[in-house]
Design a protein around this ligand. Structure first.
Ligand code: PEP
Ligand code: MN
Length: 338
C-alpha cells in the first residue's frame, strides 16, 4: 500500500502517519514525488484498515498496490522517468542509440569502433570488458585493461560508455569508467549484484533475463530502486522460445507492456535478440515504431574478425544506414533521434 500525502502536508503530518504505520507493526519507506510525500508500506499489508490512516490530517489517499512491485510501478509515478546520462536523456522525446562491439578486444579495434560510432552521430559507445560467456573456453574479456581502453575512447571521442559489470566485487571499479553500468541477462536475478549496483549514483542498463517474465524483470528493477538508484533503463534482449532460426525471440510486446505498467524507459537490443546481423535493421525499426526509447546495437569494424558475436554485429556502413532509417521512423512516431 502507498499513502499519498497532500502537497500541503507538513513534516508533522508525515510523522503522524509514519508513527501510525510503525504502531501497526509495519516498516514505512518515505519517498518524495515532484510535489508530494509518499509513504510506502512493504510486506503483507492487507490486514491494515485503510480508514485508520485515511482520517489522519493531510492524507490525500491510501492506495492498495495490487502489483508485487511498487517503486517501478506507474500506479503512483505517473510521469515517465527520464534517465540522465551526463546530459543525454533516455526516456523522454529523444531516441538514444548505443552501439559498439560486443567485446573490447584491443585498443585499435575499440578506437576504430568508437570513431565509426561517433561518425554515425551516436552518443553512447558499448563494449564489454567483463564478458559473461556461455563457454569457459571462449574469450572472457580484457577486464580492467578493457575498461582503460574504453576510457581512452571516451577521452578521444567524447562518447559516453555503457559496459557490463558481472560481479558485485567489481561494481566500484566499473563505475569509475562507465557512464552506464550494464547488468547482463544472465545476472538479472543476481541479487547481490543488484543490491551493490543500487548503491551507485550512476545510470544502470538492466537487461531482461532470457527466461524472465515481465513481473520478474520489473522485480529486479525494484531491487535497484529500493536500494536508492532510480536511474534505471530496462532492456529487452530476446527470450528463449521454441524458435530455432534466431538466437532468441525478440519480445517486442514487452515495450507497450512496460510502458503501461512502469515509468522506466525501455530500450531494445536487436543483436542478442536475433543473433543475426541481417535482422538488426528491421527489428530496430520495429522497436522504435513500437515505442522503445532507444537501442543497444552491436557493430564491429570487421565482423568477420570479431572475437565474440560477429554474426550479430553490423558492419559500419549498415550502422549508418540504420541511423538514417531510424531518423525517419522516430519522426513518424513523434520522437527525435539523437
Ligand atoms: C551484452 O550486451 O554484452 C550481453 C552479454 O548481452 P546479454 O546479457 O543480453 O546476453
Ligand atoms: Mn554480445
Amino acid at each position: 500500500m502507498i499513502i499519498v500525502m497532500k502537497p500541503i502536508a507538513t513534516l508533522d503530518d508525515v510523522k503522524r502517519v509514519v508513527d501510525k504505520v510503525k504502531f501497526l507493526g509495519f516498516e514505512p519507506h518515505i519517498t518524495n514525488d515532484d510535489e508530494r510525500t509518499l509513504i510506502r508500506i512493504s510486506g503483507d499489508d492487507r490486514q491494515i484498515d485503510r480508514e485508520q490512516i485515511n482520517i489522519l490530517p493531510n492524507v490525500e489517499a491510501v492506495v492498495p498496490t495490487l502489483k508485487p512491485y511498487k517503486l517501478v510501478s506507474r500506479e503512483l509515478h505517473l510521469t515517465d522517468t527520464i534517465v540522465d546520462v551526463d546530459g543525454i536523456k533516455v526516456g523522454g522525446k529523444d531516441v538514444v542509440v548505443m552501439a559498439g562491439p560486443c567485446s573490447v578486444e584491443n585498443e585499435e579495434q575499440l578506437l576504430t569502433s568508437a570513431k565509426i560510432v561517433r561518425e554515425a552521430g551516436i552518443k553512447v559507445l558499448r563494449g564489454g570488458a567483463f564478458k559473461p560467456r556461455t563457454s569457459p573456453y571462449t574469450f572472457q574479456g580484457l577486464g580492467e585493461e578493457g575498461l582503460k581502453i574504453l576510457a581512452k575512447a571516451k577521452r578521444e571521442t567524447g562518447l559516453k560508455i555503457v559496459t557490463e559489470v558481472m560481479d558485485d566485487a567489481d561494481v566500484n571499479l566499473v563505475a569509475e569508467y562507465a557512464d552506464i553500468l550494464q547488468i547482463g541477462s544472465r545476472n538479472m536475478q543476481n541479487i547481490k549484484l543488484l543490491r551493490a549496483v543500487s548503491k551507485i549514483r550512476k545510470p544502470v542498463l538492466l537487461k531482461r533475463g532470457f527466461s524472465a517474465t515481465l513481473t520478474e524483470f520489473l522485480m529486479s528493477a525494484e531491487y535497484l530502486l529500493d536500494g536508492g538508484n532510480d536511474q534505471i533503463i530496462l532492456c529487452e534482449r530476446g527470450i528463449r522460445t521454441f524458435v530455432e532460426y534466431t538466437r532468441n525471440t525478440l519480445d517486442l510486446n514487452i515495450i507497450p507492456a512496460i510502458k503501461r505498467l512502469s515509468h522506466l524507459p525501455i530500450i531494445v537490443d536487436p543483436s542478442h535478440g536475433t543473433g543475426r546481423y541481417d535482422f538488426i535493421i528491421p527489428m530496430s525499426r520495429a522497436s522504435i515504431a513500437a515505442g522503445a526509447d532507444g537501442l543497444l546495437v552491436e557493430m564491429h569494424p570487421k565482423p568477420e574478425d570479431a572475437i565474440s558475436d560477429g554474426a550479430q554485429s553490423l558492419k559500419p556502413e549498415k550502422l549508418f544506414q540504420l541511423i538514417n532509417d531510424l531518423k525517419q521512423i522516430a519522426a513518424a512516431v513523434g520522437r527525435n533521434l539523437i
